[in-house]
Design a protein around this ligand. Structure first.
Ligand code: NDP
Ligand code: 2IT
Length: 445
């Protein structure tokens, strides 16, 4: 319930009608910040709340390209430069047909607090395009990426705004965009992260989000006298985050029994064989249902939402926003779930979060639990500045330390504000405080 900050929500609703995802993300954060508005009136006096919900700059642009049949295609590109109080704008690019202003703004808003939690100096931003890479040839993806970067390049830079990957944007797309940036600007700089290892990428960036999710989850389970060892885990999605979350959870002694894509889910009671998944998703860019061709004892079910009916101890939604609703939350609770940690951004609906928290299930929101990806992006920027590359072990150890520190920070902050165990409040408040103090110090800009 909003009280002191209702006026901020009213303003955001008036300015951003028809943007449900953005309004959802803002409302959730403002609800957590009510206690801050009471305890820290200096932020109210300086208009920090009104300013933090308004992007510093929003760029929408035309992305024309020619498909393999010689036909001209036009997509819409976005870059939302949301907040630069603690560092250059930083955040991924999403290529998916559903991309619109609401989705990119919600992601950019979440990124402000997530990046603050990493302890690294990065502001918040996000971008993308309503382009669908599915079914496109490599040549089409290349022409599209080149056109996208022909416009984006003038708005970004290593000290200004540093994009990376997200849904639909992996090593292939980053490579094409990096090449085009370098050609247009005639400079070799770390303007994108998630680059290939041959041209400035960081070891462990590919694994970072999924591994980081498991490091944080393990830290939380340990704090509550438990661990991944022997647990049954359900992971949704089968992209970058899901694959490396499955890998690390398995290494930590858990059994991951399910994965999905937007069409359906697989269930393997023996534990997912990740070599099969990697071949399907990373090598062949095919559909998860092909898993059952290689592992006939596993089952495939149409419809991705059904994955939450599988009984598990730990659920890690790693696909997309609002993929886990109230009904799914009730089923998970009924089946005895002990922890839910988000690999995706905002995968649980507000109604689901209420059910989860009311039933004392350990729950960490994405802006804390999936911060490992952007944290290693920050480490990639550090390595690019140093003109050095660190070993996999070195980056992985730093990632683990950052995730454990994030857990400690959100846990301590929740306690300090009288909300012990509420990691939503802990993450929102801790992330906000760092950014708000920087904004206060820098005056009204
Ligand atoms: P990928 O493109 O690698 O994989 C996305 C996965 O999610 C695919 O299995 C995809 O299935 C599924 N998916 C996407 N959209 C939908 C949808 N509308 N409904 C159901 N399933 C869907 O993306 P990532 O793994 O990189 O990203 C997954 C999530 O993690 C996103 O929320 C992203 O914002 C978040 N994230 C990513 C980080 C990163 O470093 N990559 C860092 C932090 C968060 P299909 O193939 O059928 O579309
Ligand atoms: O949502 C996210 O944090 C990402 N997609 C990663 C952003 C980044 O800059 O590495």
């Amino acid at each position: 319930m909003l009280n002191k900050l209702q006026y901020v929500m009213d303003m955001v609703e008036k300015r951003n009608p028809n943007e449900p995802e953005f309004l959802q993300a803002v409302e959730e954060v403002l609800e957590s910040l009510e206690v801050v508005a009471t305890k820290n009136p200096e932020f109210l006096d300086a208009g920090i709340f009104e300013r933090i919900v308004e992007p510093e700059r929003q760029i929408f642009f035309r992305v024309p390209w020619v498909d393999d049949n010689g036909k001209v295609q036009v997509n819409r590109g976005f870059r939302i430069q949301f907040n630069s109080a603690i560092g250059p704008y930083k955040g991924g690019l999403r290529f998916h047909p559903s991309v619109n202003a609401s989705i990119i703004k919600f992601l950019g808003f979440e990124q402000i607090f997530k990046n603050a939690l990493t302890t690294l100096p990065m502001g918040g931003g996000k971008g993308g395009c309503d382009f669908d890479p599915k079914g496109k040839s490599d040549a089409e993806v290349m022409r599209f990426c080149q056109s996208f970067m022909s416009e984006l390049n003038r708005h970004i830079g290593q000290f200004t705004d540093v994009p990376a990957g997200d849904i639909g944007v992996g090593a292939r797309e980053i490579g094409f965009m990096y090449g085009q940036y370098k050609k247009i600007r005639n400079e070799s700089v770390g303007v994108l992260t998630g680059k290939g290892l041959q041209y400035g990428g960081s070891l462990a960036r590919t694994e970072a989000t999924g591994y980081g999710l498991c490091y944080l989850t393990e830290a939380m389970l340990n704090d509550h006298g438990s661990s991944f060892a022997g647990k049954t885990v359900v992971v949704s999605g089968s992209g970058n985050v899901a694959i490396y979350a499955t890998q690390k959870a398995t290494e930590m002694g858990a059994k991951v029994v399910a994965l999905s894509d937007s069409a359906g889910y697989i269930y393997d009671e023996n534990g997912i064989n990740l070599d099969v998944v990697k071949d399907i998703k990373e090598v062949r860019r095919a559909r998860i249902k092909e898993y059952v061709d290689a592992v006939p004892t596993a089952t495939y079910t149409e419809g991705c939402a059904g994955i939450w009916n599988i009984p598990c101890d730990v659920a890690m939604p790693c696909a997309t926003q609002n993929e886990l609703n109230e009904e799914a939350a009730k089923t998970l609770v009924k089946n005895g779930v002990k922890a839910i940690t988000e690999g995706a951004n905002m995968p649980c609906t507000p109604e689901a979060v209420s059910i989860i928290q009311a039933n004392n299930v350990l729950y960490v929101p994405g802006k804390a639990s999936n911060a490992g990806g952007v944290a290693v992006s920050g480490l990639e920027m550090s390595q690019n500045s140093l003109r050095l590359s660190w070993t996999f072990e070195d980056v992985d150890a730093r990632l683990k330390a950052i995730m454990e520190e994030i857990y400690a920070n959100i846990s301590t902050t929740a306690k300090e504000y009288g909300l012990e165990g509420d990691y939503v409040a802990g993450a929102n408040i801790a992330g906000f405080l760092k950014v708000a103090r920087a904004m206060l110090a820098q005056g009204v800009i």
